[in-house]
Design a protein. Structure first.
Length: 128
């Protein structure tokens, strides 16, 4: 468990050719920050994971807004929202800009916020 007391669901696997770590069920989530848009964050407000350490949250990382695979993933989470939306707070996270996230949310009617962290180093840290 990390200093925030948060856990993800799984195990960590470091990839040898990249300086990243894959988090799976049960892993501790590192603290990170970004700009969140959508839902209660409206047009964009600062987000910090440590602000949610007492809550059940789901973080899903994806490469890019508006791509076929990422759109399908986001829409599946949107469609399942009724099943888990009252039990956990969901955040999608990518390196896209807040403006791109706003358009992606509007186009796909996403009920959950998306976090923008445009710093590549932060993205690698969030995957550790």
């Amino acid at each position: 468990m990390n200093r925030l007391g948060q856990r993800l669901s799984g195990a960590v696997q470091r990839t040898p050719d990249m300086n990243t770590t894959t988090l799976t069920a049960g892993d501790a989530a590192p603290d990170f920050s970004g700009i969140a848009v959508g839902a209660e964050f409206a047009e964009g407000k600062p987000f910090r994971l440590c602000d949610y350490f007492d809550e059940q949250i789901v973080l899903y990382f994806y490469p890019q807004d508006h791509t076929p695979g990422c759109t399908a993933q986001a829409c599946k989470l949107r469609d399942a929202w009724a099943e888990f939306g009252s039990r956990a707070t969901l955040f999608g996270i990518s390196t896209d800009s807040p403006e791109s996230h706003r358009a992606f949310i509007e186009l796909n009617s996403l009920p959950f916020p998306l976090i923008s962290y445009e710093n590549q180093y932060t993205q690698q840290e969030a995957h550790r």
